[in-house]
Design a protein around this ligand. Structure first.
Ligand SMILES: Cc1ncc(C[n+]2csc(CCOP(=O)(O)OP(=O)(O)O)c2C)c(N)n1
Ligand SMILES: [Mg+2]
Length: 290
């Protein structure tokens, strides 16, 4: 994203926490306008805000779009650039799983994802507008994604509710699977790379302590046997894959078939493929001079 040729002159900043660290370079050359619905002064990436609008977002955008000269072609420039991007051939990793999920998830369903690496990979993909996507950022950690998606599934009427979480996020919060009212509209993908791979994707850590990150920070080996036993004892149907072939053979069924139970799909990946997958997503289109 930060390698786009057409970087913005003005950024209109709304909402709260963002974990999109790779957006920082976009902010360097832009004037920042912040819409502040609650009167608070907030800035990102330590860059000063030029203008604060103390009003509702709806009011701001109504005024903006009523002005006929507000479209200056910038959207079309960026859209053309985005449309020319191609997708790399990925190994089995977070990005691969999210790519397939975007293809097979049925229209009108909900999708809740965990933070950090999972969220980053969600950001790489386009989902159909009818899919209601959310993320409980919590304290930017492994807390809460599973219990949040369980809660969403309990109150969703006639809707499939999907979750996608990493192994640390899952095992931290797995008690929620025992909730007695869970029904067959809940489907969770667990990407188990046997550690918090987010910390192996961090150049600062990787270039200094490297492999030792696994033992000192990433909780490598924290769960020996995977989630099968717990999922089945909580009444879930359990699916598993450890290759692109076995994953592809089941993802459509996971998303679209009728099950009489909630479903947990545990996908085993490894740190090397996660690193390669992210690198490909970040560099694949740079060969074209970006
Ligand atoms: C120093 C530090 N401690 C804790 C966190 C919170 N945190 C964010 S992502 C993460 C690991 C997530 O691991 P997992 O759920 O397995 O997902 P993966 O990164 O492997 O895809 C943790 C502990 C953090 N960001 N930084
Ligand atoms: Mg993990």
């Amino acid at each position: 994203m930060s390698k786009l040729k057409n970087t913005p002159e003005i950024i209109i900043d709304i909402g709260d926490v963002s974990g999109e660290y790779y957006a920082a370079p976009l902010f360097q050359n832009a004037e920042i306008w912040r819409i502040s619905e609650n009167g608070s002064f907030t800035y990102r990436f330590n860059i000063p805000v030029a203008k604060t609008f103390d009003c509702k977002e709806k009011y701001f955008f109504e005024l903006l779009t009523n002005k006929s000269d507000c479209r200056n072609g910038y959207y079309d420039l960026v859209k053309a650039e985005m449309d020319s991007l191609t997708k790399p051939d990925l190994p089995l990793c977070n990005s691969f799983v999210v790519q397939r999920l975007a293809k097979y998830i049925p229209q009108g369903s909900s999708l809740h994802h965990a933070v950090s690496n999972t969220k980053r990979n969600m950001n790489f993909q386009e989902f159909d507008d009818s899919i209601d996507i959310s993320c409980n950022i919590g304290v930017c950690g492994i807390d809460g994604a599973v219990s949040t998606v369980v809660g969403q599934s309990l109150v969703a009427d006639n809707k499939k509710v999907f979750g996608i979480v990493g192994d640390l996020a899952f095992f931290y919060d797995m008690n929620a699977l025992g909730q007695k009212d869970i029904s067959n509209n809940l489907r969770i993908i667990l990407i188990n790379n046997n550690r918090g791979v987010e910390f192996r994707l961090n150049p600062g850590l990787e270039n200094t302590i490297g492999e030792k990150t696994d033992q000192l920070i990433a909780a490598h080996g924290h769960n020996k046997g995977g989630a099968k036993g717990w999922a089945e004892s909580c009444g879930f149907c359990y699916l598993t894959a450890d290759s692109k072939q076995t994953f592809d053979a089941q993802i459509n069924r996971f998303c679209n078939d009728d099950f009489d139970k909630p479903v947990l799909f545990e996908v085993f990946t490894n740190a090397e493929d996660e690193k390669l997958g992210l690198k490909l997503m970040q560099t694949h289109n740079r060969k074209k001079g970006r």
